[in-house]
Design a protein around this ligand. Structure first.
Ligand code: HXC
Length: 521
């Protein structure tokens, strides 16, 4: 025995014993159960998310103060949530990960206080916060103190909105009012098979409405992505979801006064988009896939689509052009002919506001015949929802470049970031058709008398339609009147857009001072 070894300090040994217990979370059995369900533990998730050895835990020793309903005997390491700060690609982020192995990740008073603490730190420090959710919701034993904890979190979510990026990953249950913290954040990523969000579960639904639905069909990743539009991404497993968080952050600034990172891929700014000249069919009624246009324009491989599968008549996503982050919005002629409906309007408007909040320049690709007609849309409030698109674009102060690919008619022309609602730069392809309405509809209205009196009304209608098409269904009237800055060869679109963006990066625009606007919600 080496008598020179220092005697272990009992206080330090006690610290290590305590930390060991905390790091063991809910115990081997519960961690194994988590693994059997294809879920990582809270600590494994954080380790996967942040750069190696970058995590600094805050509040590991926190315990519940509750004594009711057996809580005085409950063993709850870290009170069921791991909180702290780490780095992603070297940039600081705050993280919390709910630990389902401890009291089902349920949220009690102290669990909530830990989340609030890092919300406060993230906001003060101006850096993103990432929430990894896996929880049975409000801790039943802690009653109103648990509810109060949620309220404090919601308030902080709201205060941080538009100041720092808030990203949520749903990696387990998220039920009842608990779903509203994720809903108040900027982006929600869900894991297929394990992530579920709902306000009331299948049993309550069965007893109230008589409907039968299982948990996954009700609130699983695909339902919340495709049916409700609540989620922005659905991932195969925890690992894929955590990689997606890292990728998302690579496009975003740390806060609303910071600039997004510049990551030049070396893709030449003047790379010619050979396919673009042929992408638009001769017949303007025929569809094409606008995602091919987006992929050709942006730096190779940088397009990251969000909310794919929901309101696919509009495509939204992040990308890079010349190494700089951009938000991309495009009508999708393959779905509902690229019309704007209620869901597409909501999807688009929220994304524009997200980009504007976080200094992401916007590129808008237009090919829309208008707002979708019909009683369903009118009674559903397309006036109110459609107005959000106008509001969002008119309010946005980031650089905004619009490219009109084909149809740009009526209110939808205005809404899709026209010059008049605030585009800084408007480009048009020679295939652009910019007018109050399409030739068929316009000819029927303005030549109604002439068509009615004609010997052959069908022939007359066709002749008048063709005449209108020749005179108005092109970009040159709009260009002649200054509503379009340049009519460009489609193959050179990337170069034109990057030049416009480069010229606009230092632009400053102010709006009248006010508490906040009153967007039609
Ligand atoms: C306390 C909870 C809990 C909760 C789960 N547990 N949810 N403890 N409060 N809310 C505990 C369980 O008792 C169990 O403890 C352990 O966590 C694991 O839970 P299991 O039920 O064994 O897991 P599983 O079979 O996977 O089911 C998961 C579940 C289920 C679907 C989430 O636990 C469940 O339905 N929980 C209640 C969900 C709920 O109604 N929450 C309140 C929502 S309302 P032991 O010791 O047995 O392992 C809400 C209001 C917020 O959140 C309002 C904000 C405004």
């Amino acid at each position: 025995m080496d008598n020179n070894l220092p005697t272990p300090n009992p206080k330090i040994l006690e610290l290590h014993r305590r930390l060991e217990r905390i790091h063991a979370m809910g115990g081997t059995d519960r961690v194994e159960r988590q693994h059997r369900q294809n879920k990582l533990s809270a600590r494994e998730r954080i380790a996967q998310l942040v750069d190696p050895d970058s995590f600094e835990e805050i509040g590991a020793h926190i315990e519940s103060r509750a004594t009711q309903l057996g809580m005085d005997k409950a063993v709850a390491p870290a009170d069921g949530v791991v909180t702290g700060v780490g780095r992603i690609d070297g940039r600081v982020v705050y993280v919390f990960a709910q630990d389902f192995t401890v009291l089902g990740g349920s949220l009690g008073e102290m669990h909530a206080a830990k989340i609030q603490r890092i919300q406060d730190l993230a906001l003060k420090s101006g850096v993103p916060i990432i929430g990894l959710n896996d929880s049975g919701g409000a801790r039943i034993q802690e009653g109103v103190d648990a509810l109060n904890g949620y309220g404090e979190i919601f308030k902080r979510n709201t205060w941080a909105s538009g100041v720092i990026p808030q990203i949520t990953v749903i990696m387990g249950p998220s039920a009842g009012g608990a779903v509203y913290s994720p809903a108040l954040t900027d982006l929600i990523i869900m894991v297929r098979g394990t992530g579920q969000m709902f306000i009331t579960g299948p049993d309550v639904i069965k007893s109230v409405t008589g409907e039968s639905v299982d948990q996954d069909a009700l609130g699983g990743a695909d339902s919340q992505l495709r049916k409700s539009g609540v989620a922005h991404l659905a991932c195969a497993d925890d690992r894929e979801a955590l990689v997606s968080v890292r990728r998302l952050l690579s496009y975003l600034p740390a806060n609303h006064v910071d600039e997004p990172p510049v990551l030049d891929s070396g893709d030449p700014h003047d790379r010619i988009g050979w396919s673009l000249a042929r992408i638009i069919p001769e017949d303007s009624a025929k569809p094409y896939d606008v995602k091919e246009v987006i992929e050709t324009l942006v730096d190779t491989g940088t397009f990251f689509e969000l909310q794919a599968g929901y309101a696919d008549n509009v495509v939204i996503g992040l990308g890079r052009m010349g190494g700089r982050s951009v938000g991309i919005v495009a009508n999708q002629p393959r779905v509902l002919a690229g019309t704007l409906d209620i869901n597409a309007s909501d999807k688009l408007a929220r994304f524009v506001r997200f980009c504007d909040a976080f200094n992401l320049a916007m590129v808008t690709l237009v090919d829309t015949p208008g707002y979708l007609p019909g009683t369903q849309q009118e009674f559903g409030g397309i006036i109110r929802h459609g107005a959000k698109v106008l509001y969002a674009y008119a309010e946005a102060v980031v650089p905004k470049v619009t490219v009109i690919l084909r149809k740009a008619y009526g209110g939808a022309y205005l809404a899709m970031c026209s010059r008049s609602v605030g585009a800084d730069w408007v480009l048009a392809w020679p295939s652009a058709e910019i007018a109050v309405m399409g030739p068929e509809g316009a000819a029927k209205i303005i030549f109604r008398d002439a068509i009615g009196k004609a010997e052959n009304p069908d022939e007359e209608r066709q002749r008048r339609t063709e005449d209108y098409r020749q005179r108005f269904a092109h970009p040159y009237v709009a260009a002649a009147h200054g509503h379009v800055d340049a009519v460009i060869d489609p193959e050179h679109t990337r170069h034109h857009v990057i030049r416009a963006l480069m010229a606009l990066y230092n632009k400053r625009e102010d709006r009248p001072s006010r508490r906040h606007g009153n967007i039609p919600l």
